[in-house]
Design a protein around this ligand. Sequence first.
Ligand code: GDP
Length: 294
Amino acid sequence: MLDNLTARLDKAMKSLKGEGKITEVNVATTIKEIRRALVDADVDYKVAKTVTDEIKEEAYGRDVLIAVKPGELFTKIVYDKLTALMGGEKKEMNLSGNPSIILVAGLNGAGKTTFTAKLANHLKKQNRQVLLAACDIYRPAAIEQLQTLAGQIDVEVYAEPENKNPIQIAENAVKYGKENGKKVIIIDTAGRLAIDESLMKEIEEIKRVLNPTETLFVVDAMTGQDAVTTAKIFNDRINYDGVVLTKLDGDSRGGAALSIRRVVDKPIKFIGTSEKMDGIDAFHPDRMAQRILG
Ligand code: GDP
């Protein structure tokens, strides 16, 4: 899978090797090629720049200038670097609460409601008693959507279709969950088409009142560079614990994973890989590095 990048880097180096000079200029050209590859994969430009600057330092340290196969060595350095940047210390979801409350936030269309149900399915398979709370009171049919998905996986939904106060619904859901022996309560919140102050205030307030065990931010991988901006704004307001990157079954190369990790420094905990209820996977930094590098 990494052949593409290796070929690109070999080419970049060869053109200069032909002149018999493997020099700093040569390395600079290769670094530029790596940066282009990252930007092509939707990595934020500024992130691509700092990451490639670091790769350059590393390349000198590793004597890439005298390597027999510099393209290959460069590719390995880049791959290892991306894997490390997206991995770090792997953090599992915190499920130590009794019950654990998981707050799910993000923009409309990101895949929040779908992920909420997928996560319930995932936890149910681990024999946990799960309750879903439908707190998206603005989007038409959001409650029905959650109920339909929950029906497919046989998980209970707490909803108050007449109530227009999502904070109250969330609180009531937690109370109901406690009374009925649920171990995990997942709260599906309202999104907006774009960032808006009333949405942010609402989600901040829900978080303050519920004090969730885990707050997850859901973002569509296909939105590329916009994903980073949204991830940053949500993090500044609600200081979430982890990121869910959805729609990775699409064409996206997944550069958002690297940018988000770099800009907000929060772990990506899950990825979405289909519209179906089993389309949820743990995040693997090495696989994502391969995907980004193509
Ligand atoms: P919400 O507005 O954030 O709650 O988003 P939804 O959960 O309603 O999802 C929006 C659309 O994206 C729906 O058509 C989902 O079926 C679809 N979707 C969600 N997650 C994924 C995913 O991982 N892969 C694909 N292909 N589609 C997804």
